[in-house]
Design a protein. Structure first.
Length: 342
């Protein structure tokens, strides 16, 4: 039987305060015990096995995760309406009106539902304006000529021998990388939410897009590549890409090696990242003449002594949370901390 826990950031539950945790353990589910240990090492979520049962302590990570006999939901301490406004400001999201059923469900939903609701209305807005379409060159035999007739190919086949003509034309299709990323993001969001109304809305949006858009697996590299190809014609996709990136990041926790990640049976988002994005946006808007960078790599700041670097290691490149530069020179480095002052 699954025990459902509902916590806020930095809240703790023990067998003494929560009787449902008494006599609970990870016996028979070693994978959950190993995952709990990894999460505790990263200071993401503390789940401790005691003689009397399980103790759970939340940190700055919010979301929902299943661990053995537990389903743990960690909610932000910030009021949902204030948090939604701050999220829109921090990530440059549009202030769109949410549909009523999802907005009501959000009041009792999780943090990922807040992101998913915004993604749903962003995609609905893109759909209402018309999905981006690109010209794709095609060569085919057509009974009704379209585009330019391929005279060279016609000569090679000995003139007109059929009721069709070889044509080169450029039809516009919606099966483009931005739409493929959005479709994959809708499918990911539908898997992450437990709200039936919200999941139905996402599946309907995805079903309409799937009629003209191919389905591809969603990866961080694919999303980054699609983001780099954004231009003035596809700039409206940037808010949806930001939300999909947040959802994708919340399904896995990066380890020391940037190329490795810890897959999660759920969703956990670090509010430190949100706070850093919020401060970066605020400083960018209020420091004219300066360039504000988040997670900026400081190269050539440290160097190994040749005689001491026997293992031939690369020099470390520190990445402060925020770096402020002016005319190519670093004038300030800031470290952001998201903490419960109480």
């Amino acid at each position: 039987m699954t025990t459902v826990l509902d916590l806020h950031e930095w809240e703790e539950c023990t067998p003494g305060t929560t009787p449902a945790l008494a006599r609970q353990s990870f016996d028979g589910v070693p994978a959950s015990r190993n995952l709990a240990e990894r999460l505790a090492q990263k200071d993401i979520l503390q789940v401790t096995e005691l003689h009397s049962g399980l103790a759970v302590a939340a940190t700055s990570y919010v979301g929902r995760i299943s661990l053995g006999p537990l389903q743990i939901t960690v909610r932000p301490k910030i009021d949902v309406d204030i948090l939604r406004t701050l999220l829109r400001y921090a990530y440059g999201l549009r202030n769109l009106t949410t549909f009523a059923d999802a907005n009501q469900a959000l009041q009792a939903g999780t943090f990922q539902d807040l992101l998913i609701v915004q993604l749903a209305v962003e995609v609905a807005e893109l759909e209402a304006r018309g999905l981006h379409r690109s010209y794709v060159p095609q060569e085919e035999m057509l009974a009704a000529p379209r585009g330019r007739i391929d005279l060279q190919r016609m000569a090679q086949q000995g003139g007109v021998v059929t009721a069709t003509l070889p044509c080169r034309h450029h039809p516009r299709f919606e099966d483009t990388p931005p739409n493929q990323i959005v479709l994959a993001g809708l499918r990911l969001a539908a898997r992450l939410t437990d709200d039936l109304l919200l999941r139905t809305r996402l599946r309907r949006l995805a079903a309409r897009m799937a009629e003209h858009v191919s389905v591809f697996p969603l990866t961080a590299k694919g999303l980054a590549a699609a983001r780099r190809r954004l231009n003035r014609m596809t700039a409206a996709y940037e808010p949806a890409f930001d939300l999909i990136a947040l959802l994708l990041e919340g399904t896995g926790v990066s380890l020391e090696d940037a190329e490795q990640s810890l897959a999660l049976p759920g969703f956990l988002f670090d509010m430190n990242l949100f706070f850093e994005a919020l401060l970066t946006r605020f400083l960018t808007a209020n420091l004219p003449g300066y360039q504000v960078h988040s997670q900026f790599r400081l190269r050539d700041m440290m160097r190994y002594l040749p005689e001491a670097n026997t293992l031939h290691r690369q020099a470390p490149t520190p990445r402060p949370d925020i770096v402020i530069r002016q005319s190519g020179k670093t004038v300030a480095m800031l470290d952001t901390k998201y903490r419960d002052l109480w």
